[in-house]
Design a protein around this ligand. Structure first.
Ligand code: ADP
Ligand code: ZN
Ligand code: ZN
Length: 742
C-alpha cells in the first residue's frame, strides 16, 4: 500500500478513546515531533500531537486527510513522551488520551498558546556593537535605550518600537543582548528565611542524597512531623539547583491546603524562579507555569499529581512530600499513581528521588526495608527521629474511653475539661472530625427510617443552616422533609456528629471563645484558608473545628490540644487499607499539637482504647505498626505482598454490568495458560462497597497476581479482548491498576 510521496506523513496522537494513533498528510505544513496540530476527525476539528514524521503509511495514502493547521508550540520532549508512553502501557490507557490529557487545558484547545512570559533585557558586558551596520536603525535605537537604562522589560521595549521583538532576536543572536525571564513572585504568608543549624540526622540525610546525584536512587525520608523534612528538601534543592540550568520538581498532595510550604520554598530559594501547578490556578496561570517549566526557565516546579508529567528539560531531582497521601492517585481517566510515575521518571532520567513522610505508605515502606532484591534499585532509608525545634517535645497521646466517659453532643467531659483549661491559659485547641455538615443522618425515631440518597447507596447528610439534605457523593440536594416519608411522624432527628453541629455545641459550652470551622463548606472561596491560617497565627482563634483540611502540614505554634472526635468506624472497616490510613491521619493531626515551646496533648475519644492502632499511636511507633500491617498483608496476600488490578463497570441496569464482568472474567480465565495460572488469580464479579453511585449500578472484578509482569502479560492480551466485547460499548467501564479503593 505504501508509496513514496513528495508529501510527508504525520503520525498523530488524538484525545479519542481508541487504542491507536492516526496518520495524516502534512498538507504542505512543516512539523516536528511534539508539535501541536489541528486535524479533521469524525466531522470535527481536534487537537493532536505529532509523534512521528515519516514518508510511508500502513494505510492507503488516498484515504489520508491533510492536517488543517500546525501550531508552532512544541509540547512534548522525548523524555516526557517516553514517560507517558510507559504510563499508557502500564495503565492500559489509550496513548493519545494519556498524552493530551497531561497538557494544560489551554494546550488542548484549538488555539495557539500565548506565552505571557515577561523578559528583561540587558547588554552583554563585552558586546561588539561595531558589527551592526549603521542602516539597522532599530537595532541601534534599542542599544541606545539599553545603554541609558541597563535593564529593560518587554513592556518597556514596546515603547521603543513595535518591531522590537524581531530586533531583540537579532541582537540576541549576535551575542549583544542577554534575555532573562522574569517570574512573578506572589505575595506569601510570613515565613522566616533564616537557615537553621541542622541537627546530625538532617545533615546525614542531606549528605547521603547529595553523595549520589546524577544516578537513579530512590530515598525514603521517614521523619516524624516537625522533624525538619522540609528543611532537608530545601537544602538538597539548594545544592542541586546550583548546577547550571538544573531544575527540580517538588510534588505535594494538595498545595492549596499548604500555602506555608510554597511560601517557605519561595523565601528560602528566592534566587531560583519557582512556579506552581495545581487546580487552584486559572487556566491561563497554569499554562504560563507549564510553559516556564518546559522552557527550562522555571527552576523549581511545585505541583500536585498531574505535574509529574510536566516537561522539564533539565530535571535533576524529584521530591515528593507526604508520599503516603492518597490524593496522589488519579481516580478517573488514566488512573495513575503519581508516586509510581515519579519513580519511573527518576529511573528513566537517572536522577534521585526523595519520598518524604511521617507515615510512609506500606508500599514504600516495604521497598525501603526489603533491600535484598538485586533487580531493583535499592531504596535508601533516611530517618529523622527528633522534633527539629529545640524543646519542642512530641505530644502526649491519650485515649478517652467513651464507655467510661460517655459523650454528650459528641464531647466527653474529659475533653470539655481539657478545652476549658486551654481557654483559661490562652492556648489554642483543635477538634478533628472528618465529616462536614451538621449531622450524618436524618433519622425517624418511630420507624427507624433514615434519609437515603436516591442516586447512591449512601445517606443524606443534614446541613441544618441551609435546611437541606445533601449527598456528599453525588451532590444531590433536597429540602429537609417536615415529616417522615415512611410513617408520617413529624419528629425527625439529625443523628450523629459533624463539623457544624460540633461548632454549635462548642459555642454554647464556651460562649466567650473564638471558634472557627474549617471544612470544604466554610473554605469555599479562594484565599479563605490562608486568611484563616493567618488568624490562627495571630491568635485570633481559640478553638478550631475541622476536617482533614486542617491535618496537613500547618504549623500552629500556640496549639496545645488536639481532640479527635469520631474515628471508630474506620477501626473495623472492611477496607483493608483503612487502618493504615487512619494511623497516618491521626499521626498527622497529632503533629499539629505542641510544635513550639508549649507541650501538646492529643485526646482521642474511642470505644476501643485497647485497639492495637492506638497502642502504636500512643508510643508514636510507626515502625512496629507498619511491620505488623505488612505481616498481615503478607498473610492475606494483599498489596504490597501482591499486585491488584480492578475492572470496574457501571450501568443503569445491573444485569449489563454483570454480563460484561462475567464475560470478561471468562475471557481472562481462558487466557491463563497453565504457567500463568499460579501467578494470576481471577475473582468473581462483586459489588463494591458503594453499590450505586450517581444513579449507576456498579460492579467490579478483581485480578490478583504475585508479580507485576505476570499481571501485565495477561492484561496486554485481555484488555483488547474486553474492548471487543459487544456489551463493552453499552456500559461504562475502566481498568484500575494498583487500585486504592474497592
Ligand atoms: P517537617 O517538614 O518534618 O514537618 P519542618 O521542616 O517543617 O518539618 O520543620 C519544623 C520546624 O522546625 C520548622 O519551623 C523549621 O523551620 C524548624 N526547623 C527545621 N530544622 C531545624 C533545625 N535544625 N533547628 C531548628 N529548627 C529547625
Ligand atoms: Zn418514620
Ligand atoms: Zn448521592
Amino acid at each position: 500500500m505504501s508509496r513514496n510521496l513528495s508529501q510527508a506523513i504525520f503520525n498523530i496522537a488524538l484525545d479519542v478513546p481508541l487504542n491507536r494513533t492516526f496518520d495524516y498528510l502534512s498538507g504542505g505544513f512543516v512539523a516536528y515531533i511534539g508539535n501541536r496540530v489541528v486535524v479533521p476527525f469524525a466531522g470535527r476539528n481536534l487537537v493532536g500531537v505529532v509523534l512521528e514524521v515519516k514518508q510511508t503509511s500502513d494505510y492507503p495514502i488516498e484515504k489520508l486527510k491533510p492536517v488543517s493547521h500546525v501550531f508552532e508550540d512544541v509540547v512534548f520532549d522525548n523524555d516526557t513522551f517516553k514517560l507517558l508512553k510507559f504510563c499508557a502501557d502500564y495503565y492500559h490507557y489509550p496513548l493519545g488520551q494519556a498524552l493530551i490529557s497531561s497538557l494544560p487545558l489551554r494546550l488542548r484547545q484549538l488555539k495557539p498558546a500565548v506565552s505571557r512570559k515577561a523578559f528583561a533585557y540587558s547588554l552583554l558586558p563585552n558586546a561588539d556593537i561595531s558589527q551592526i551596520p549603521a542602516k539597522k536603525v532599530l537595532l541601534h535605537r534599542i542599544i541606545a535605550a539599553l545603554q541609558a537604562t541597563p535593564v529593560l522589560a518587554s513592556g518597556d521595549l514596546a515603547f521603543v518600537s513595535s518591531g522590537w521583538r524581531k530586533a531583540i532576536l537579532e541582537l540576541k543572536n549576535l551575542g549583544i543582548v542577554d534575555e532573562q525571564e522574569v517570574v512573578a513572585v506572589k505575595a506569601s504568608l510570613p515565613t522566616s528565611s533564616v537557615e537553621p543549624q541542622l541537627n546530625d540526622e538532617q545533615n546525614q540525610a542531606i549528605e547521603s542524597v547529595l553523595a549520589l546525584t546524577h544516578q537513579f536512587k530512590p530515598w525514603l525520608l521517614h521523619g516524624i512531623t516537625g522533624s525538619g523534612k522540609t528543611e532537608v528538601y530545601i537544602q538538597i534543592l539548594q545544592k542541586i539547583l546550583s548546577e547550571k540550568n538544573a531544575q527540580a520538581l517538588v510534588l505535594v498532595p494538595e498545595i492549596n491546603l499548604t500555602p506555608q510550604l510554597e511560601a517557605r520554598f519561595r523565601s528560602r530559594l528566592s534566587q531560583y524562579p519557582l512556579v506552581t501547578l495545581h487546580s487552584n490556578l486559572s487556566e491561563s496561570e497554569r499554562l504560563q507555569s507549564w510553559l516556564a517549566a518546559s522552557a527550562g526557565a522555571a527552576k523549581i516546579v511545585i505541583g500536585t499529581r498531574l505535574s509529574v508529567f510536566t516537561p522539564m528539560p533539565h530535571l535533576k531531582l524529584i521530591v515528593m512530600d507526604e508520599e503516603h497521601d492518597s490524593s496522589y492517585k488519579q481516580q478517573d481517566g488514566m488512573r495513575y499513581h503519581a508516586r509510581d510515575v515519579a519513580i519511573v521518571r527518576a529511573k528513566q532520567l537517572n536522577i534521585p528521588i526523595v519520598l518524604g513522610s511521617a507515615t510512609p505508605s506500606l508500599e514504600t515502606w516495604f521497598n525501603a526495608i526489603n533491600n535484598h532484591n538485586a533487580q531493583k534499585q535499592q531504596y535508601g532509608l533516611l530517618r529523622l527521629t527528633q522534633r527539629a525545634v529545640e524543646n519542642a517535645a512530641l505530644p502526649n497521646i491519650f485515649c478517652i474511653d467513651t464507655a467510661k466517659s460517655p459523650t454528650e453532643n459528641g464531647l466527653s467531659p474529659l475533653l470539655v475539661k481539657a478545652l476549658r483549661e486551654r481557654l483559661s491559659r490562652g492556648e489554642q485547641s483543635l477538634l478533628f472530625i472528618n465529616r462536614r455538615g451538621y449531622a450524618p443522618v436524618l433519622h425517624c425515631n418511630a420507624c427507624q427510617w433514615v434519609a437515603p440518597c436516591m442516586r447512591c447507596s449512601a445517606r443524606m447528610v443534614v446541613h441544618l443552616s441551609q435546611k437541606r439534605l445533601k449527598c456528599h457523593h453525588c451532590g444531590h440536594e433536597q429540602k429537609i422533609p417536615l415529616q417522615c416519608p415512611s410513617c408520617g411522624n413529624a419528629d425527625l432527628h439529625p443523628t450523629g456528629q459533624a463539623t457544624q453541629r460540633l461548632e454549635q455545641t462548642l459555642q454554647s459550652l464556651f460562649p466567650e471563645a473564638r471558634i472557627a470551622r474549617v471544612d470544604r463548606d466554610s473554605m469555599r472561596s479562594k484565599g479563605a484558608l490562608t486568611d484563616m491560617l493567618t488568624k490562627v497565627h495571630n491568635q485570633e482563634i481559640d478553638i478550631l473545628v475541622g476536617t482533614q483540611m486542617l491535618a496537613k502540614g500547618h504549623d500552629f505554634p500556640h496549639l496545645t490540644l488536639v481532640g479527635v472526635i469520631d474515628t471508630d468506624s474506620a477501626l473495623y472497616s472492611p477496607d483493608f487499607r483503612a487502618s493504615e490510613r487512619l494511623f497516618a491521619q491521626l499521626m498527622q493531626v497529632s503533629g499539629r499539637a505542641g510544635r513550639a515551646e508549649k507541650a501538646g496533648e492529643v485526646l482521642i475519644q474511642t470505644a476501643f482504647p485497647q485497639h492495637a492502632l492506638f497502642h502504636a499511636l500512643r508510643s508514636q511507633d510507626y515502625v512496629s505498626f507498619a511491620n505488623e500491617l505488612l505481616q498481615e498483608r503478607q498473610v492475606m496476600q494483599f498489596p504490597p505482598a501482591s499486585y491488584f488490578a480492578l475492572l470496574r463497570a457501571e450501568a443503569n441496569d445491573f444485569s449489563q454490568v454483570q454480563q460484561f464482568l462475567s464475560k470478561a472474567g471468562n475471557l481472562a480465565r481462558e487466557l491463563l495458560t497453565n504457567h500463568l495460572k499460579h501467578e494470576v488469580m481471577i475473582y468473581d464479579p462483586v459489588r463494591p462497597q458503594m453499590e450505586r453511585l450517581k444513579g449507576m449500578e456498579r460492579g467490579q472484578l478483581l485480578l490478583q497476581a504475585n508479580s507485576r509482569s505476570a499481571l501485565q502479560r495477561l492484561l496486554r492480551v485481555w484488555m483488547p479482548q474486553c474492548r471487543e466485547l459487544p456489551i463493552a460499548a453499552k456500559i461504562r467501564w475502566s481498568l484500575d491498576i494498583d487500585p486504592l479503593e474497592f
